[in-house]
Design a protein around this ligand. Structure first.
Ligand code: C2E
Ligand code: CA
Ligand code: CA
Ligand code: CA
Length: 278
């Protein structure tokens, strides 16, 4: 195998289009990128809808590629999931998030960070040990870290999901169901999971302004979540009108471009400090 040598790319370039060749080259470099620390922690702020206060951020990975510049997770997460590279990537994010929280804590102020877990992480026999070890290494305070798991990952193997979530919950971590509404799960199942928050998928949030159906789904999800004692966050909020509507529907938290795009972690701190002054 010509991993990392570039030869495989040259061979394929003739037959495949540019984009495809670029992808192949990129994928062969991912393992090295994790080892060489080319990944970056970016943060997308979350607001408490009613008060307008910052209440944390989602941790999103970026790959600072030496030649190609900033690469988005859409270009490599699927590949990482399929090849098992997601395991070291998840560990990298966990460590990066806790390192950042430690630094913020030392500086006197911090915001909780939510880390994305993939379906494959639910089957990682070392996950719990790794999480526990990292929390201890950085002296994590309760509330520093939350995990987001997509509804579809949870549905793929409900038994493993319940097992892993229960063990994470015993470490007193907050848990959220991501992309809610896209996984066709039954609430009878979801309510057995020890989760704190439902995150409504952005496809419903985008549709709210023009589609009554979307708004009805968002509305009923909020009511249902509240009646089960869960808090609700809407993702993909792109305009003020949607944010205002979410406030009227008693949605607890919001995240999206109209609040802020994802930012490098240091810029996120500047952003929240600035916000607190106004
Ligand atoms: P996600 O977990 O659903 O994350 C939200 C994605 O929506 C992010 O894309 C974010 O930049 C984007 N977004 C936020 N606000 C808006 C908005 O108002 N409008 C629109 N159109 N998009 C918005 P990003 O950063 O490219 O990440 C894409 C996906 O990659 C994430 O979707 C997540 O599934 C995955 N991902 C990112 N970082 C990690 C990671 O560290 N680990 C794992 N396992 N997956 C990750
Ligand atoms: Ca997420
Ligand atoms: Ca999401
Ligand atoms: Ca999504």
């Amino acid at each position: 195998q010509a991993r990392g040598s570039g030869n495989s790319v040259a061979l394929f370039k003739g037959g495949l289009d540019r984009e495809c060749a670029r992808r192949m080259a990129l994928m062969s470099e991912l393992r090295g990128a994790i080892e060489r620390d080319e990944l970056m922690l970016w943060c997308q702020p979350k607001l408490q809808v009613k008060s307008g206060r910052v209440c944390g951020a989602e941790a999103l990975v970026r790959w600072k590629h030496p030649r190609l510049g900033m690469v988005s997770p859409g270009d490599f997460i699927k590949h990482a999931e399929n090849t098992g590279l997601i395991t070291p990537l998840t560990y990298w994010m966990l460590d990066a998030a806790l390192r950042q929280l430690y630094a913020w804590h030392e500086q006197g102020e911090w915001q909780p960070l939510s880390i994305n877990l993939s379906a494959r992480d639910l089957h990682d026999p070392k996950l719990l040990e790794r999480v526990e070890g990292a929390l201890a290494t950085w002296g994590a305070e309760p509330g520093w870290i939350e995990f987001e798991l997509t509804e579809s990952a949870l549905m793929l193997d409900p038994t493993a999901a319940l097992e892993t979530l229960s063990r994470l919950k015993r470490l007193e971590l907050r848990l959220a169901i991501d992309d809610y509404g896209t996984g066709y799960s039954s609430l009878a199942y979801l309510r057995q999971l020890p989760v704190d928050t439902l995150k409504i998928d952005q496809s419903f949030v985008h549709g709210m302004q023009r589609d009554q159906g979307c708004e009805a789904i968002v509305h009923s999800t909020i009511e249902l979540a509240h009646s089960l004692g869960l808090s609700v966050i809407a993702e993909g909020v792109e305009d003020q009108a949607t944010l205002t509507r979410l406030d009227a529907l008693a949605c607890d938290m919001a995240q999206g471009y109209c609040i802020s795009r994802p930012l490098p972690a240091e810029e996120f701190k500047g952003w929240w400090m600035q916000k607190a002054r106004h």
